[in-house]
Design a protein around this ligand. Structure first.
Ligand code: ZN
Length: 678
């Protein structure tokens, strides 16, 4: 029988399964409390059938027939809501973990990048084809900032494959009009800052489709000359200067009086936006984070999401060189004022029913805004400013989908309705009661692909983050005066870029005894041995036996290591009376030899190590721990003529530093190198 005949039945079965193909994949969410987001309601005991990436059926659980081949997800007592969208992000591919994974884990199933690059188009295609997991992507063309040679030409150049055009603050009146005209002819969706030279009136007149930040509107509350011909780097300082003068910053800001004085202007902004019905992206979390960084740095540093930030960012922050630390240098008070102003605008926009969509400006690596996590912060801020949970969630679901519809012609997510994209979060508690409930999910579905919570947690696990490489060792030292002590040493790997010892925030050591009970080891103040990047502690008495776990934190990173102490031995001392050179000797050789006699200890193998220090304690020379080594010759050039040194021999029970458990040290012997060496 040829192998094909033999395996034919198996191949046949396999082919049958293949035939069921990906498009036919069916998932059933059974007995869920449905949060459809079509209106503010919860529909109990519903079953939702998903075929491929679309919602196929929704109905009362007893009326929906679940196909045999469906994957069934039990939704009893939990809530099925639409996945969230972050409509203002900046995707990067050089963060410690994948930003796409961070979005999924946070229930963010749609993101729009507002300064696109080609790699994002590739991601967009791969995600759509199911070759890469991630939220559905929409990507704006690379931002047209305004200082380019011919901005209007760029509109066409950048049109290829992108979903919309993003315009920045520095377009001149003339260029802005040209850009908008071309975009209109090409039917391209335009989203942007409000260019300083253009202003809200100009933006509305030109028909820009969307405003990228609530913050953009705050510039409408400041008087400045829009006809000034300024370079990009001159505009912001010029406008801020005007803001400070007009608002008497030296007396401290009072948002209430600003409110009163600016009431007319605020209502004028609203009355302009209202008929234009221009959606505005929120991005309030940027203000929230700026104020924290400047005024409550410890609160900011303590955010657990910071572990995902790039190391470079954390470094810049600790050195005071972070983007906003620089931007607000000398005008720190402007930050909370600006936040208050933006909150006021948010409240007014919301009250007036201007379409608001959730955006967080996450991901650049320059501002400390962490992809995915920032969406939950933004939702919290919206609720703090008068949004009901339903209204806040709408900014990241229905409202977002309407904006995408204006951009692509398809309104296909944001609600749980038949034929919509199957983007869901299965949450444990009612999200319409508290937006914080959304953080606690059982799983996320993105375009029909189901990810369970344990899997999502595993792809953003702290264990995947680059940590601090450390080695730790606990050992007993029998000192030359016959006393016993416990040495605990922790060596920090070279990959840790902080300045030692200061950049280490904490070191802790836990002992789990033979009884399995863990206890914290009380550490005396450390001594730091710079040459070896070694933090060390000396405790009187021999070490307790058991497993030691070391933990080091610093610069937002952590590292752990373990070591075992299983036996305390009384290793003998080497006998210094047999040492050569003898104490106080003067050496004339350029390559002196040091020698000693063996110790007697039959219980284990014995390793010897010669160490030479200068009189200040600096390590000049040390051999490896070598079994049965009874002499060593020091190479030329290490010991300098005319210098006095000290040496000793250490006896250990292992050649490996971490495995070593016991050590005994001879006394130090001094010797002097002759002025002339031969
Ligand atoms: Zn942005």
């Amino acid at each position: 029988m040829n192998p094909f005949q033999k395996y034919w039945p198996i191949i046949l079965i396999f082919l049958l399964f293949m035939g069921c193909g990906d498009n036919e994949r069916i998932t059933a969410f059974k007995k869920v409390n449905l949060v459809p987001m079509t209106e503010e309601k919860i529909v109990e005991n519903q079953t939702v059938l998903v075929k491929g990436d679309r919602i196929a059926e929704i109905g009362d659980t007893d009326k929906i027939r679940i196909p045999q081949n469906a994957k069934v997800i039990d939704g009893q007592d939990v809530y099925l809501m639409p996945g969230l969208a972050d409509m203002h992000v900046h995707l990067r591919n050089d963060w410690p973990l994948s930003q796409l994974d961070m979005y999924l884990a946070n229930g963010v199933t749609t993101v729009r990048d507002l300064d696109g690059r080609d790699f994002m188009l590739q991601w967009r295609t791969e995600i759509k084809a199911g070759q890469r997991s991630g939220p559905t992507l929409y990507v704006a063309a690379p931002t047209i900032r305004g200082h380019e040679k011919n901005p209007s030409e760029l509109v066409l150049k950048r049109n290829s494959g992108y979903d919309c055009i993003k315009l920045y603050s520095y377009l001149s009146q003339e260029n802005y009009q040209k850009v908008m005209e071309i975009a209109r002819k090409q039917q391209l969706y335009t989203i942007g800052h409000i260019p300083f030279a253009v202003g809200l009136d100009g933006v509305i007149a030109a028909g820009m489709d969307e405003i990228a930040h609530v913050e953009e509107l705050s510039f409408e509350l400041i008087d400045f000359d829009r006809t000034k011909n300024l370079n990009p780097e001159e505009w912001l300082p010029y406008v801020i200067n005007n803001a400070i003068q007009q608002n008497k910053v030296s007396l401290g800001f009072d948002i209430k009086s600003i409110n009163k004085n600016q009431r007319k202007r605020l209502s004028s902004i609203i009355s302009k936006l209202k008929p234009a019905n221009i959606p505005v992206c929120t991005t309030l979390v940027v203000d929230d984070v700026i104020v924290q960084k400047l005024f409550e740095p410890n609160t900011f540093l303590a955010r657990s999401q910071n572990m995902y930030l790039p190391q470079m960012y954390k470094q810049a922050l600790l050195q005071g060189k972070e983007k906003h630390q620089i931007q607000f240098g000398g005008i720190k008070d402007l930050a909370p004022f600006k936040y208050d102003l933006d909150k006021t605008l948010l409240i007014e926009l919301h009250r007036a029913g201007i379409p608001l969509i959730l955006g967080t400006d996450a991901g650049t690596g320059a501002m400390g805004i962490v992809p995915g996590f920032s969406v939950h912060d933004e939702l919290r801020i919206l609720v703090e400013n008068g949004f009901t949970p339903y209204e806040a969630i709408a900014t990241a679901t229905v409202n977002a989908s309407r904006v995408v519809a204006a951009m692509t012609g398809k309104n296909e997510f944001g609600t749980i309705e038949i034929d919509k994209r199957a983007d869901f979060i299965l949450v444990n508690k009612n999200p319409l009661e508290n937006v914080a409930h959304i953080k606690d999910n059982r799983g996320v579905m993105a375009a029909g692909e189901w990810y369970e919570s344990p899997y999502l947690q595993s792809i953003i696990s702290p264990a995947l983050l680059p940590g601090i490489a450390i080695e730790g060792n606990v050992f007993q030292v029998r000192r030359s005066d016959n006393s016993l002590n416990t040495n605990i040493e922790i060596i920090i790997g070279e990959s840790f870029i902080g300045q030692l010892p200061d950049a280490v925030d904490s070191i802790s050591v836990t002992l789990t005894g033979p009884d399995g009970i863990p206890s914290r080891v009380t550490l005396p103040h450390y001594r730091y041995f710079e040459q070896l990047r070694d933090f060390w502690y000396r405790i009187d008495g021999p070490p307790a036996l058991g497993e030691y776990t070391f933990k080091v934190t610093g610069q937002g990173l952590s590292g752990t290591a373990t070591d075992f102490q299983t036996v305390n031995r009384a290793l003998p001392f080497p006998d210094i009376t047999t040492f050569s050179p003898a104490k106080g000797a003067t050496l004339t050789s350029k390559t002196p030899t040091f020698s000693w006699t063996p110790v007697e200890y039959p219980d284990c193998e014995i390793y010897y190590r010669l160490v030479i220090n200068d009189l200040a304690g600096k390590r000049i020379y040390g051999t490896d721990r070598t079994q049965n080594m009874l002499s060593d010759t020091v190479a030329e050039g290490i010991l300098k003529p005319g210098q006095t040194y000290q040496y000793r021999v250490r006896i250990t029970d292992s050649e490996d530093w971490v495995e070593m458990q016991n050590r005994s040290d001879s006394q130090w012997l001094t010797f002097t190198m002759s002025e002339t060496l031969e």
